[in-house]
Design a protein around this ligand. Structure first.
Ligand code: CP
Length: 337
C-alpha cells in the first residue's frame, strides 16, 4: 500500500520536521531539484479552492511535473464512494475504478472533499477520502477533507517556525464569529499539528463549539508526548494573554450538523465579541496574526489587525506552495523533499 498524507497524525514529529526543513530549503532556493520530471499529479476537487488548487498546480510544475485537475460532477463523472451500493442513482462512476485509472496516468492523487455538514457521525470518519486512500495504488494527499487539512497545518507550522524560530511557542487558536457554520478541518489539523510540534496550545471557543472528543484526546496525547500543554477556555479576552501566535478560525458545532439555521441562531450572540481586534491583540506578547484564508474581514478579524504588521496571512498562504512541494517530492518521488 502506498504511503499517503491524510493527516499529520500518521507521521512522526521527526518526519514532519523533515518536511518543514525540506520546504524551507525549497523556499530559500537551496533545493531546486525537479523530482517530478516526466510525472503527473491528479488533483480532484469536489469543492472550490484558490490557494490549494493554484499552489498544487504551480508546485507540481516547479517540481518538473504536470497537474491534471478534475472536478467530479463538473469536468469528470459524478462519483460514488460507498461500498456495495446499487448504483442506480445519480452517481456514474465508483471511486474504486476512478482512482485506480487515475493512478495509471498519475504518480500521486490529491483530493479535496469538504464536510457536507449534514451528518457528523458519518462525516467525522472521512468516508470519501478513506475510499480514495483504500483503493488508490499511488499516494493520496489530503487537500482538505471533513476532518483534516494537513497541508494547511504544515504551512501554518512552517510560518510559525519561519517568523519566530524553532522551539515551543504560546499558540492561541480562537473560534471567531462567521455568518454560517463552516467545517472543522482547519482547526482540527492546526491544533493537532501544533501539539505534535510541541507548542503550548490554548483553544478558545464558546460553549457548544467543542472539537471532536476523540481528536481532542489525540491532541492531548501528542502534546503529552512532546512535553507541551493544551488548555481549552471559553473566555475570549483572557485567552489572548501572553500569546505569541493568534490563529483565528470559525467552525460549526457538531451538535447542529444537519440544522445550519440552529447553529446560526446559537452563534448570534457571539457576533462582535468573538472577533480578533486590536484590543485583544494588545493582550498578547506581540503575537502574529494567522488565518488560513479565505477570511471574512470585520467578522473574523478587523481590518486594523489583518492589515497590521502582525498579520502574516499572505506569507502563510505562500507557504502552502513550499510545504506541498516538499510533500509531493517525499511521497511521489520518494525524495527527502
Ligand atoms: N486555505 C485554503 O485551503 O484555501 P482554499 O480553500 O482557497 O484552497
Amino acid at each position: 500500500m502506498p504511503k499517503h498524507f491524510l493527516t499529520t497524525a500518521d507521521w512522526t514529529r521527526e518526519e514532519l520536521e523533515g518536511l518543514l526543513d525540506a520546504a524551507l530549503r525549497r523556499k530559500r532556493g537551496e533545493d531546486t531539484s525537479r523530482p517530478l520530471e516526466g510525472r503527473s499529479v491528479g488533483l480532484v476537487f469536489f469543492n472550490p479552492s484558490l490557494r490549494t488548487r493554484a499552489s498544487m498546480q504551480v508546485g507540481a510544475y516547479e517540481l518538473g511535473g504536470n497537474a491534471v485537475v478534475l472536478e467530479p460532477g463538473g469536468t469528470s463523472w459524478t462519483l460514488e464512494h460507498r461500498e456495495g451500493v446499487v448504483m442506480d442513482g445519480d452517481k456514474t462512476e465508483h471511486v474504486s475504478e476512478f482512482v485506480r485509472v487515475l493512478g495509471r496516468y498519475c504518480s500521486g492523487v490529491g483530493v479535496r472533499t469538504f464536510a457536507a455538514l449534514r451528518d457528523w457521525k458519518e462525516e467525522r470518519r472521512d468516508p470519501v477520502l478513506a475510499a480514495f486512500a483504500k483503493h488508490s495504488e499511488v499516494p493520496v494527499i489530503n487537500l482538505e477533507s471533513a476532518m483534516h487539512h494537513p497541508c494547511q497545518s504544515m504551512a501554518d507550522m512552517l510560518t510559525v517556525r519561519e517568523k519566530l524560530g524553532r522551539g515551543r511557542k504560546r499558540v492561541l487558536m480562537t473560534w471567531a464569529w462567521h455568518p454560517k457554520p463552516l467545517p472543522m478541518a482547519v482547526p482540527n489539523s492546526f491544533a493537532l499539528a501544533a501539539a505534535q510540534m510541541g507548542h503550548d496550545l490554548t483553544i478558545a471557543h464558546p460553549p457548544g463549539y467543542e472539537l471532536d472528543e476523540e481528536l481532542v484526546a489525540e491532541i492531548n496525547g501528542r502534546a503529552f508526548d512532546a512535553g507541551s500543554t493544551v488548555r481549552v477556555t471559553h473566555d475570549v479576552e483572557e485567552a489572548f494573554d501572553g500569546a505569541e501566535v493568534v490563529y483565528a478560525k470559525s467552525w460549526g458545532s457538531s451538535e447542529f450538523y444537519g440544522s445550519p439555521q440552529e447553529d446560526v441562531e446559537e452563534r448570534a450572540p457571539y457576533r462582535g465579541e468573538w472577533i480578533v481586534d486590536a484590543e485583544k491583540m494588545r493582550r498578547t506578547d506581540g503575537a502574529l496574526f494567522m488565518h488560513c484564508l479565505p477570511v471574512r474581514r470585520n467578522c473574523i478579524v478587523t481590518d486594523e489587525v489583518i492589515d497590521s504588521p502582525a498579520s502574516v496571512v499572505i506569507d502563510e498562504a505562500e507557504n502552502r506552495l513550499h510545504v506541498q512541494k516538499a510533500i509531493m517530492a517525499r511521497l511521489i518521488a520518494g525524495g527527502g523533499g
